[in-house]
Design a protein around this ligand. Sequence first.
Ligand SMILES: *Cc1c(COP(=O)(O)O)cnc(C)c1O
Length: 341
Amino acid sequence: MAIDLRSDTVSHPSPAMRRAMASAVVGDDGFGDDPTVQRLEVMAAQRLGKEAGLFVSSGTMGNLIALLTHTERGDEVIAGEQCHIVLAEVAGSAALGRVQLRTVPNGPRGALDSGRVRALIRPENVHFPRTALICLENTHNRCNGAALSRDEMAPVAAVAREAGIPLHIDGARIFNAAVAQGVHPADLVAEADTVQFCLSKGLACPIGSMIVGSGDFIRRARRYRQMVGGTMRQSGVLAAAGIIALEEMVGRLAEDHANARRLAHGLASIPGLACDAGVVETNILYYSVSGMPAPAFTAAMEARGVLVGGNRMVTHYGISESDIDEALSAARAVMSAGVPA
Ligand SMILES: *Cc1c(COP(=O)(O)O)cnc(C)c1O
């Protein structure tokens, strides 16, 4: 099988997940009586120190439902210009939420400057939209997968609190962020009102994301999940994998981070490739090719059984240290062979 470093979304469920899925006790979650889904929702909320959780089918759906729940048509949302919500969620906030996104430049690690955020908050004026939500992303996908600390997020959280505006964290990889810093995930997101995280990336579930927040927020969010067609039936078969993810797959993320650093250092040593290994904190690394066109590099890697993104590689469950070494040998061979004539 190919060594697939395109994304952590390609990770396959673990044997324990498949067993749990096969034997899951299920009900109709549309009636609120799937006990496995309920268990996962309680567990997710507890892990992140919030009152309640909601199981949804994807991170994009989780962010969209959170946004719909936090805002009214015509509101404004402040977010980083490099964040996934702005760049890669099909403008769902505009198309379905009818809200306007107002962007702030991200710092090199994805953090937002609290002064710039404060400056964008709308005062009361008949001409102005209402600032209804502030969003942060952690880990920050586009900013080298950087794991923001609670201290780095705190100034923005303080601005949000002072202004009475809720704070949402797109924590697709929040457990990577917590593990990278050796902190408890609940401490990391203590100042956020709501968090979305993905079960289907480094945590290796086949499908699923969670939204967590207050009990009242999640009750309202359930109606929006229904509205976007996201209510599922015997979804305990999926939630069962989510429970295994939270119980067994969080600690091992450290392995993915070590593998990403190993990969980054290796790539940096290959002539014609560049990678700043010093900025790799979690399971995402960015690299560039100067020795040949990037598409030629990815095609030649694929021919050697290694799938990589055009400028990004991501480690995950199922990728071992020896896979990393194999990928590096392939990269070395590709670069020394050069572009085929
Ligand atoms: C992957 C990702 C999402 C969306 O999750 P999907 O499950 O792919 O819809 C949202 N935010 C960030 C930062 C992501 O990396």
